[in-house]
Design a protein around this ligand. Structure first.
Ligand SMILES: Cc1ncc(C[n+]2csc(CCOP(=O)(O)OP(=O)(O)O)c2C)c(N)n1
Ligand code: SF4
Length: 288
């Protein structure tokens, strides 16, 4: 039987706003297919987004969805997961949303090992607002705020969240749609903080400025310039310049925040119970 995408989308929100040839649809398709493989019901899943072209995803999907404020998706998602840990909480975010205004939330969610999966749509630009550079825009690339080329180096997103403490981190591209789906599926199977960097194309505001206005040229570029992690390990820095290293970079077992919070809650209750039985407060504690 053909895959039933209708199960997961809200026809009332269509037509979508994305330009022809935008890579966002491929990422969303990979996400939907990965969720389907998990066997979760729509009511169990929460998709939270900030603001941006990519963040419009939440409106198109028929789960519990929140289209929040720019950069704050992870903060909202954290609150939802803490309030109801049974929910499967997924964040969809652009590189501007997640790395600039939302960068603080991102690194601290990774540090806490908060039980969330972040799908970071990396099109290397602020697309919705007309092409300002983001913390993921490569050096020398053109943006409306970098008319002579970007002078700042970009974040290596994978290394950033790995360094902050994430327990599952992978990168793929919209050319590698099946791989992308498989990585998202693996991430959804994990507790703790997981992030998939989905390298995606914006032909309209990025491509036109950077001589890649045709969507297919991005796909050809991703095909030619992607290097699997295992191969990249044998290449030097010069050979890796301009390449997109794909693969699973981090996959470690570490207790997620929700479970640790459960332990702490049990401990706090045990201390309070003991105190109640004894009829006294622990030394130094006031107000009880
Ligand atoms: C607090 C706040 N600051 C700025 C904006 C304007 N704004 C909306 S979307 C956006 C950038 C989106 O870029 P990105 O997150 O990379 O998503 P994309 O559109 O590229 O998918 C900005 C700066 C806003 N909506 N709210
Ligand atoms: S502006 Fe770029 S990212 Fe936004 S919908 Fe169009 S192609 Fe996609």
């Amino acid at each position: 039987m053909a895959f039933q995408y209708e199960t997961y989308i809200r026809p009332s929100t269509f037509p979508h706003i994305w330009c022809p040839g935008c890579g966002n649809g491929i990422v969303v398709k990979a996400l939907i297919r990965a969720i389907d493989r998990m066997g979760w019901s729509n009511d169990e899943v929460v998709v939270v987004s900030g603001i941006g072209c990519s963040s419009r995803t939440s409106g198109y999907l028929d789960f519990n969805t929140l289209h929040t404020t720019h950069g704050r998706a992870i903060a909202f998602a954290t609150g939802i997961k803490m309030a109801n840990p049974a929910l499967k909480v997924i964040v969809v975010s652009g590189d501007g949303d997640a790395l600039a205004i939302g960068g603080n939330h991102l690194i601290h969610a990774a540090r806490r090992n908060m039980d969330l999966t972040v799908i970071l749509f990396n099109n290397e630009i602020y697309a919705m607002t007309g092409g300002q550079y983001s913390p993921a825009t490569p050096e020398e690339k053109m943006a409306s705020t970098a008319p002579y080329g970007q002078i700042e180096p970009p974040f290596d997103i994978v290394r950033l969240v790995e360094g902050a403490g994430a327990t599952f981190v992978a990168r793929s591209t919209v050319f590698h749609a099946v791989q992308l789906e498989n990585y998202i599926f693996k991430a959804l199977n994990r507790s703790g903080f997981s992030l998939i960097e989905a390298v995606t194309n914006c032909p309209t505001v990025y491509g036109r400025r950077n001589r890649m206005p045709i969507p297919a040229s991005f796909h050809a570029y991703y095909k030619k310039n992607s290097v699997p992690l295992e191969k990249a390990a044998k290449m030097n820095a010069e050979e890796l310049a301009g390449k997109i290293v794909t693969g699973i970079f981090v996959d470690v077992d570490k207790i997620g925040f929700i479970e640790r919070y459960g332990w702490m809650s049990d401990r706090a209750q045990a201390v309070r119970k003991k105190r109640y039985i004894k009829g006294s407060s622990p030394k130094g504690e006031v107000g009880n």
